[in-house]
Design a protein around this ligand. Structure first.
Ligand code: NAD
Length: 273
């Protein structure tokens, strides 16, 4: 299998382009899923305080026995702790059993409560103290990004946003590229729904791969970071096979056409929280 490539973040650190998302995996199942994924070659795990499985992630990492510096662990700050980010991060670290995370994200801007700039200042302090190696945000729109950058001068390393062939976020991706922010795709498989799209099925057949591998290969070809989720060992392994799928310009053009104005599956960042 091909090694997982890295992207370079604006703070100089490297981040694996393909990782495992663990949303909706029960804590008591998480250790086994994470351990198997690391044994298969995954190096990056995406969790959050909200997922209530950070302890399982930490246990899986210990069971795998891989060197800490070979792994990339992301967790996230929930909006009830925007004004208390440092303590919230320390609590996540205690559950993970780690001294630091590789990436700490503000999970949602929650603009109505309007504390995300305070949260960002907390993340900057966490980075300066070495408890979060890199810091970023999730579900931020352009205006939220501009506000934290203007307030602190610190550009988030990553914005993790809903992104899949039915919801391609072209405008926000262009803004990220202009500001040196890496785009990370959540629900990269459209929560499984995109895998039944007839164009995806047809192109996968033509390339001799599975629909999930084709869609992950699309994210990788666009330079995005993708964190597909599965709790099934065979699918977790299958998704790594995307690294060996090469898409032609014509495939990319056909997938570009799947973008839909109403393709969003998750909450709207403007109203969430
Ligand atoms: P996803 O797009 O990764 O789809 C997951 C679903 O796809 C699985 O439940 C499974 O049914 C199916 N699937 C996975 N691999 C498959 C395969 N090889 N063949 C067939 N079906 C397959 O959706 P997701 O879980 O919503 O997103 C992935 C990760 O993104 C999450 O686990 C989480 O880490 C992250 N996330 C972050 C946010 C955020 O607000 N920051 C929100 C949602 C998800």
């Amino acid at each position: 299998m091909t090694d997982i490539p890295n992207v370079r973040l604006n703070d100089g650190h490297a981040m694996p382009q393909l990782g495992l998302g663990v949303w909706q995996i029960e804590n008591d199942q998480t250790a086994a899923v994470v351990r198997a994924a690391i044994d298969d070659g995954y190096r990056s795990i995406d969790t959050a305080a909200l997922y209530h499985n950070e302890a399982g992630v930490g246990e899986g990492i210990r069971r795998a026995g891989a060197p800490r510096d070979a792994l990339f662990v992301t967790t996230k700050l929930w909006h009830d702790r925007h004004r208390d980010a440092e303590r919230a991060c320390d609590e996540s670290l205690a559950r993970l059993g780690l001294d630091s995370v590789d990436l700490y994200l503000i999970h949602w801007p929650a603009p109505r409560q309007n504390h995300y700039v305070d949260a960002w200042r907390g993340l900057v302090r966490l980075r300066d103290a070495g408890r979060a190696r890199s810091i970023g945000v999730s579900n931020f729109e352009r205006a939220h990004l501009e506000r934290v950058i203007d307030a602190t001068g610190v550009v988030p390393a990553v914005n993790q946003i809903e992104l899949h062939p039915r919801f391609q976020q072209t405008a926000l991706r262009a803004f990220h590229a202009a500001r040196g922010i890496v785009t990370e795709s959540w629900s990269p498989l459209g929560q499984g729904q995109v895998l039944r799209d007839p164009v995806v099925v047809e192109l996968a057949r033509a390339r001799g791969c599975t629909p999930a591998q084709l869609v992950i290969a699309w994210h990788l070809a666009l330079g995005l970071v993708a964190i597909p989720k599965s709790s099934h060992a065979a699918r977790v392994r299958e998704n790594l096979g995307a690294l060996d799928v090469r898409l032609e310009p014509d495939d990319m053009a056909r997938l570009a056409h799947l973008d839909r104005r109403d393709g969003r599956l998750g909450p709207n960042p403007a109203t969430m929280g």
